[in-house]
Design a binder for this molecule. Structure first.
Ligand code: F6P
Length: 480
């Protein structure tokens, strides 16, 4: 019995740079979480799987992929799916990131409905299904991840009827009225595609409810407590809040490399308070709102000028999708303006870093940051908020978190804000910077307790266990 993970991207990103082909770890919640789970379960062995295979795209265009590269990936247990330049353009940048991503996050004005994008989406989902069907055996578990592959469960079910199929959505599922903006043939095909799974999972109950409502509104299927009756199949749906590898973050300051970087940073910062955030470059993350809230804070609380800096890390992503390029320019312009207006020779209001950050450096930054300002406009879960809290072994630090991030449903002891309420965010920053150590510790401890329990292994085990039960129920109902 093997576990086959399928996601748009493999957990590595290949880039063709000046020094030839470079391989680095993929960023983003999905890759981080699934990698931690695979590592923690010794390649799935602890859960009874003989091995874990991961199918996905390498991040470069098929035209640049060599046979040698593909066999190197296969040796790493990865099953590459090649995407041509046109598929990257119409499928990945098109239907995935210009249709589904903005619509599901409520950015309707950015949403583009183009037939050529839809056609590419159908074709590429078919390609993923064929790749997996070519290696899947009876009894294997196939766990399909995210919005890129919503048609794939139905396609795979046709090709390999004897595998169990689970689908997990890492982003929000929107309210039915927003989903209704999608052309009818596409919106029903996407729902039917997902419903060929035995189990469908979301981060929080709100997304489960939205999905169930869309299914009854647009497909008319009967639904009842966690089950959708899709023809002869019983599809289970549920909330499985994704977690983190808690111990890894909690013990990070014990690692000599991280400890060295913490020490170095502390010496350089000499008592300066640090507000911190890190995101993938994305308009859903609310970076500009955050930058403006920080500017307003410094203007309304001038006593903090020279005493606190905001370290803003934005990791480039989806370069090529127009809104992402425009957003990068806007951040650069605004950070430059604010630093120019408020900064001086000894103090930079916003330390802006726009590149990939190695893990030990990120861990050191989590450790030293006095406040994490995590204010996405809409976020399926948001793992950065969880990682920050888990890292606080010394029980010092304050998390400011958007109510529009899935994580706010668990991290109730954070200072919860609405990212569009600038004065509310300013107030929260002021409160965070002056919070008594006892209160910081009480809040951190309560959140750590939840994160320790609801960790990434529990997330995956809960999902796979429920999948096993759902699959068994469906196979039994076919044989009786
Ligand atoms: O979590 C949402 C998600 O789209 C993942 O599927 C993906 O791995 C991550 O964000 C990063 O996005 P991309 O693969 O488009 O760079």
């Amino acid at each position: 019995m093997r576990l086959i993970i399928v996601s748009n991207r493999l957990p590595v990103v290949l880039t063709v740079g000046e020094r030839g082909m470079e391989i680095r770890e993929a960023v983003g919640g999905l890759a981080t979480a699934v990698k931690s789970f695979i590592k923690a379960t010794e390649n799935g062995k602890a859960l009874g799987f003989s091995e874990v295979v991961w199918a996905g795209w390498s991040g470069i265009k098929a035209e640049q992929e060599s046979e040698d590269l593909k066999s190197r990936l296969r040796e790493m247990g990865l099953l590459p799916v090649s995407l041509t330049a046109e598929e990257v353009n119409f499928f990945y940048e098109g239907f995935c990131n210009s249709t589904l991503w903005p619509l599901f996050h409520g950015f309707t004005v950015y949403t583009v409905f183009e037939s050529k994008y839809w056609e590419a989406y159908v074709k590429v989902n078919q390609k993923y299904a064929e790749t997996v069907a070519s290696v899947a055996n009876t009894g294997d578990f196939v766990w399909i991840h995210d919005y890129h592959l919503m048609l794939m469960p139905a396609m795979l079910r046709e090709m390999s009827p004897d595998v169990s199929i689970g689908f997990f959505l890492h982003i929000p599922f929107p309210p039915a009225e927003m989903y209704q903006l999608m052309p009818p043939p596409w919106r029903t095909a996407l729902l039917d595609g997902v419903l060929a799974s035995d189990l469908v999972g979301f981060h929080i109950h709100e997304y489960v409810n939205n999905f169930v409502r869309a299914v009854s509104k647009f497909l008319g299927y009967r639904t009842e407590a966690g089950v959708i009756y899709a023809g002869r199949r019983k599809v289970h749906v549920g909330a499985f809040p994704i977690g983190i590898d808690f111990d890894f973050f909690y013990n990070s300051s014990l690692d000599p490399e991280v400890a060295g970087q913490i020490e170095e940073l502390r010496q350089k910062l000499r008592g300066l308070k640090i507000i911190f955030s890190i995101d993938r470059l994305d308009y859903t993350k609310g970076v500009i709102n955050r930058v403006h809230a920080w500017e307003r804070f410094l203007k309304e609380h001038p006593q903090w000028r020279g005493k606190a800096s905001f370290i803003l890390i934005v990791v480039p992503s989806r370069i090529g999708v127009p809104q992402y390029d425009a957003m990068k320019r806007e951040i650069e312009r605004e950070v430059g303006r604010i630093n120019g207006e408020l900064g001086d020779v000894n103090w930079t209001p916003i330390v802006y870093i726009s590149r990939f950050i190695p893990t030990p450096t990120l861990l050191a930054l989590y450790n030293i940051a006095d406040v994490a300002l995590i204010t996405p406009l809409r976020d399926g879960m948001n793992l950065v908020s969880k990682e920050y809290v888990a890292t606080k072994r010394d029980c010092k630090g304050v998390l400011i978190l958007s109510e529009t991030a899935g994580a706010s449903h668990e991290l109730l002891e954070a200072l919860i804000v609405n990212p569009n309420d600038e004065s509310g965010v300013v107030e929260a920053i002021a409160k965070a910077l002056t919070m008594e150590p006892e209160e910081q510790c009480r809040r951190i401890k309560a959140m750590q307790e939840k994160l320790r329990q609801q960790n990434v292994v529990k997330w995956a085990v809960d999902f796979l266990h429920s999948l096993m039960l759902a699959y068994r129920e469906n196979t039994e109902s076919f044989t009786t």
